[in-house]
Write a protein that binds this ligand. Sequence first.
Ligand SMILES: *Cc1c(COP(=O)(O)O)cnc(C)c1O
Length: 385
Amino acid sequence: MNVFELDKQFIANTYGRFNLQIVKGKGSLCYDEKGFEYIDLGTGIAVNTFGFCDELWVKAVTEQLNTFQHTSNLYYQKPSVDLAKMLCEKTGMKKVFFSNSGAEANECAIKTARKYAENTKGKEYFNIITLINSFHGRTITTLSATGQEVFHKDFLPLTEGFLYCPANDVNALTELVKNNKVAGIMFETVQGEGGVLPLEEDFVNQMVKLAKENDLLLIADEVQTGNGRTGKLYSYMNYGFMPDIVSTAKGLAGGLPLGATLFNEKTENILKAGMHGSTFGGNPVACSGALSILERLDEKLLKEVEEKSKYIIDSLSNVKGVKSITGKGLMLGIETEKDAKEIALKCLEKGVIVLTAKNKVRLLPALNIPMELLEKSINIIKEVL
Ligand SMILES: *Cc1c(COP(=O)(O)O)cnc(C)c1O
């Protein structure tokens, strides 16, 4: 049996896969089993921050792999403290909890928010407001946090304590805060899976104001938007506020599983010894990969992200078949006249990997994609459109 047949037989049917087997990659190019070349504008869903097998990243990861691969969190190890220090220095946050995925980073954020509310206001303030069309993960609790009915219906009952607010609806948010005992508000500043939709500035400002007045924690889910993706190191930096908790994962370690939950001065000491943990969390190999990514996400690189973003938007805005383009930086959603999935399949046939989100074609290229490959791939997308 070939890979396609083996997958059908032995892997649980949870994914609607594209008909593509990737056998190797370098930078923004990858190859299937027949040697056909693809330009990758999906980066494994915003994971391969610097593309496939980036040289400095491979070096950092293999060096650590040849030193020691795991210790358990019962002992101290340098890659995790170096990474936590760098994350804090680059954001102004105070402490970090490491896990292995976005869902886990959010679980930690939710536990912390509940504990904070219990400490400051009382046990009954356990509710967390999330936004409709959000996506926060696949565990039962992060699924419950996710404001999309489609993900809920097969797994009831959900974890209680989540209230859903339409994104950008200040009145609805004000009412929810007024009428419930609320611990915090959790949000993506650009909704990814929900259709690449940025929050409006005015909504964010009002949310920050409400949080201040009611001592609500602001929890920024930066799992997809983080690590340079939107042209800032973290997407909340596109707005003028500081969250109390930041969760991130996907692109953080450039292709290895790593989640991080960042705490500010309000939340850094809420979790105490024994209250939370993870066997693999802060794995030294993953942290070494993350260090190699994070230290290169400087002003110059972020400026390039903005320039490439502008190039894509300028190139596609007036193309026939494009209805709108949303998003920030290199996280862009193209609303098309034709079905987005059909366009993604056509692009794949022509050697360009793109993603979809709801009714949009979603682009999440490597932050360092060479301009010539970007131009080539955008021209192919134009043809398909
Ligand atoms: C992907 C994603 C998650 C879940 O991350 P996993 O690593 O798949 O658990 C959570 N929040 C957002 C915004 C995401 O895009």
